[in-house]
Design a protein around this ligand. Structure first.
Ligand code: GZL
Length: 342
């Protein structure tokens, strides 16, 4: 290209740059497209932007993996989080240790999550960390079991009425032993809202002619229930000293069955009432071991996340949401077993 043409082009470019510089601007990149009206966040009555599930970071410091019930409870939260497309489910497993749950809640407070859904392993000892969450402006939903802390320290409780579950079990024994009798009790984790409530409910409604011969915790696990039942069988004569067993969850019930079989006891020799209504419990009813299984529903994910979103948007929520539950019986167990979600 001849020099004179180069000079001309260079001069024109310089002139263009000097005009733009005089206007205080350099050639701008194309402006970012403003979001279409439909993508604009809606303004709530207060004028604040309405949060959606996509904005939600939910802390779920799960207490452990001790039972089929707990496995189903965890699955309910993880599946619901995926279905709703929440931003993040901050999940942890505390191995049934309160100190681990408390550490997990503190980590969530540090992270600045939107809501904490706490399934407390035991009732007591939550005031300090609930106070920290409150002071950080993070609402807490107590999930499943209850806490003894002042209700002002948390937003709501969603779970089962454990006392009613115990009362329902008592009513089954009252029907089976109209002329009285004696039962053994395998209780859940010591100090847990589930074990405390079920024990209380049993004692509320058990007829006075039925005695609770002995009670021991099996910590809601299959493995820990076996030695407890073996010890009971060494101490008491089945059929003579006791005629029934109340078991606080199906997982321990399966451990109890293992010990009974080893002792040569047959299905139906003893009248057993369990709690949860898991597939294992339904199978135990089909096999004749359980005479009733009191429902305790673990599928709490949808209710909790719906409430969490309301809390994020400053909407009022019910402070106590109890799950509607029933009692299952052997006559329908075979038919219902294939339909069970947990
Ligand atoms: C009850 C729940 C209990 C179940 C057990 O809501 O906390 O914990 O009954 C589980 O199976 O271990």
């Amino acid at each position: 290209m001849r020099a004179s043409r180069v000079t001309l082009i260079f001069t024109i470019a310089l002139m263009a740059m000097s005009i733009l510089a005089a206007c205080g601007q350099t050639p701008a990149a194309p402006a970012a497209q403003a979001p279409a009206a439909a993508e604009q966040p809606t303004a709530a009555a207060s004028g604040a932007v309405t949060k959606t599930y996509a904005d939600m970071t939910l802390c779920f410091p799960q207490l452990g993996a001790e039972s089929d019930w707990r496995t189903a409870n965890t699955a309910s939260f993880k599946e619901t989080a995926t279905t709703l497309g929440i931003k993040q489910l901050v999940f942890s497993d505390a191995q049934q240790k309160q100190e681990n749950q408390i550490s997990a809640v503190r980590a969530c407070i540090q992270q600045g999550v939107d809501v904490i859904a706490l399934p407390p392993v035991v009732e007591d000892g939550w005031e300090p960390v609930l106070t920290e969450a409150k002071n950080a402006g993070i609402p807490v939903i107590i999930v499943d079991r209850s806490v003894s802390a002042d209700p002002s320290l948390y937003a709501a409780h969603i779970g089962s009425d454990m006392v009613l579950e115990g009362e329902r079990a008592a009513e089954e024994f009252n029907k089976m032993f109209p002329d009285g009798g004696a039962i053994l009790e395998l209780s859940g984790t010591t100090g847990s809202g589930a074990a405390v409530g079920r024990a209380k409910g049993l004692r509320n409604k058990l007829n006075p002619n039925i005695t609770i011969l002995d009670t021991q915790t099996g910590n809601f696990t299959r493995a820990e229930a076996v030695p407890v039942m073996q010890a009971f069988l060494k101490k008491y004569k089945p059929g003579t000293d006791f005629q029934g067993i109340f078991i606080h969850n199906d997982d321990m019930g399966i451990g109890v069955i293992e010990a009974l079989k080893a002792a040569g006891i047959n299905p139906g020799d003893l009248k057993i009432v369990s709690v949860d209504g898991t597939r294992g419990g339904f199978q135990a009813m089909v096999d004749g071991w359980f005479q009733a299984d009191v429902e305790c529903n673990p599928l709490l994910g949808p209710q909790v996340m719906e409430m969490a979103l309301k809390l994020m948007n400053g909407e009022p929520v019910d402070r106590e949401v109890l799950t509607n539950e029933t009692v299952y019986y052997p006559d329908k167990a075979a038919e219902l077993l294939p339909t069970r979600q947990y």
